[in-house]
Design a binder for this molecule. Sequence first.
Ligand code: ADP
Ligand code: MG
Length: 376
Amino acid sequence: MEGAPPTGSATACAPPALTLEGVTKRYGSARGVESLELAIPAGELVTLIGPSGCGKSTTLRLVAGLERPDAGRITVAGDVVADRTRFVNPENRRVGLVFQDHALFPHLNVARNVEFGLDRLPRSERRKRVGDLLDLVQLAHLAERYPHELSGGEQQRVALARALAPRPAVVLLDEPFSSLDESLRGQVRRDTVATLRETGTTGVLVTHDQTEALSVGTRVVVMHDGVIEQADIPEKVFEQPATRFVASFMGDADFLPAHVHRALLTCEIGVVSTVPGWADSDVDVDVVLRPHEVALTPATDATARVSALEYHGAFVLHHVTLASGRTLRSWQPHDVRYPVGTPVTVTVAAGTHPTLLVGDRAVTTPPRNAPRPVTP
Ligand code: ADP
Ligand code: MG
């Protein structure tokens, strides 16, 4: 096999597989992407997620050389491929591409599709490389078939083999599974990720599926309106979102006005948690609560009411309306269903340290200009 992910000192010395520094691209007055900053170490598989139109494909097209940045610098494996004065053509960038629609050449068979980017290799090496790649994606037996004779999943594997064949430093995958039906998607995703890992290939995978972003990525980049809101390991993106947008986009989140006084976080439902390091604060914040953190106990004297139920199979999502009219959601096990109208006491599961927001940004230390400093 052509190599496990690089380890040890090799990784320490190797330049990042991809960097973006201050990369900006505008379409007329419209913002494509703005001041992107990103460094992806070799061997990582980064997922890029955000709402439609936020700039995901533009980012990939800039890296691939299908667009020129208006400002900023892009490097691939340590080489500058785009900046104010330089622009390396796509075919010379060591970047592989896999699109949603696979974009295979319909008039070429599987082997010829994979061979396409290998014209610089001698013929014998080319054949060997195609054979290795087809083995890797388990398609050797279909080498003579044409794209229209393949299933969607097989086409996807050909597209991946074709992208990997010239040994790119980075492979970019733009929503590669979204044209596959649900039953196929999981398996093709697992196969694709396994292939990337097996070859130690650095990848950037665009998705609009939150679960896919969190489960596949060694790091997750969340974009919104042309900017990167957060780039972090999956656990941090979900458990410590940097912004209000990330909190609400990556998983379900409800927001309540809250207050921290002498390290005690309280809101409409009562004490939520302590906030270590906030002993001297007296500040208004918003608290982010996720449905798996919210506990319900039926109580006749409670002021909150169950306002809707959604059966999701393993879990039942309970919508609760508080006395203020604000709402929270709570996951309950599948055998728990409090009927609409049930009065419930709402608490937060022990050990929860929820995200706090001031404005649209998460804060981990007390804001400097606390609105109301504690008086002795
Ligand atoms: P995403 O892939 O996240 O859905 P895109 O990167 O395709 O988003 O688009 C980002 C923004 O740039 C959108 O507002 C889109 O309309 C705009 N855009 C993309 N390509 C072009 C183009 N060739 N001409 C004009 N506007 C474009
Ligand atoms: Mg797109």
